[in-house]
Design a protein around this ligand. Sequence first.
Ligand code: TXA
Ligand code: MG
Length: 317
Amino acid sequence: MAVLKATQEAIAAAGAALRGGALVAFPTETVYGLGADASDGRAVAAIFAAKGRPRFNPLIVHVADTDGAERLGSFTDSGRQLAAAFWPGALTLVVAKQPRCPVADLATAGLATVALRVPAHPIAQALLRATDRPVAAPSANRSGHVSATRAAHVTADLGASVSIVLDGGPTPIGLESTVVDTTGPEPLILRLGGLARESLERVLSRPLALARGEPGKPASPGMLTRHYAPATKLRLDALEVRAGEALLAFGPAVPKGATATVNLSPSGDPVEAAANLFCALRELDGAGAQAIAVMPIPHAGLGEAINDRLQRAARSR
Ligand code: TXA
Ligand code: MG
């Protein structure tokens, strides 16, 4: 594995590696992705092997622009409206696959739909243009771990299976993209994420429902309840610290007595908290505490997605 500063030269090499069937990790504005040529079934299979994914969940396919997306999927009116408003950005749209869509069946788990995203991050954009193929990329973490928001998280989790890691520093948003299914009569949020529900609702001028899959059969196959999980137990909505606990804090009033403390946002800003969340969970998970106490975080804006991830991480195994 080579960790390369994302120079023009490194991006060109990474594009060539992708075209040759290798795996490349790269930053997007949400989290780091583990990319493969989406039209190459063997390369896509290598993603599942590298992540240790127990099942073949469908992957997000990344393209440089909306034209590229329209070549792979057929968009409904609501899909077009959301793409126009939020691409490039932290939004993934599930659309019907085009009849001659070149994306490998393994990347869509054999579904008749495909999840598409146009990322805004300049390194992701440059890589997609250098590759000139759709790039399938789940978050660049081992299956079940929290997503990688730093190049160092990628190397710690994935090791030798990745040929190049493009280091673009910390990812600015820090939560995965919001996934919206636009194939039905009403768009449906499959996964809360880096684009707040309120922003989507403003553009569509109506409330958006959040899909609630039945247990064991989630609406979005990747939304298994046990996900985004550190090894240390989490205790949510903690107002005080108990003996032996580390503390994930939020806001200016922080209780004392923790074995280790990380404050997601001393000023109480949910956008800053989202950007720090996964890094903080990794850090506190490595602090050897008996449990991690998590202070309450308001649900407005990105707070909804932060609370979603924390609840998944807290579910007992
Ligand atoms: O921010 C992100 O979304 C990152 C960056 C790298 O783009 N990617 C990411 O991918 O988080 P992943 O594989 O960890 O999550 C993809 C989610 C899963 O919940 C999966 O089930 C859902 O998208 N998904 C993919 N294709 C789908 C489809 N055809 N129908 C329904 N859900 C789909
Ligand atoms: Mg993931």
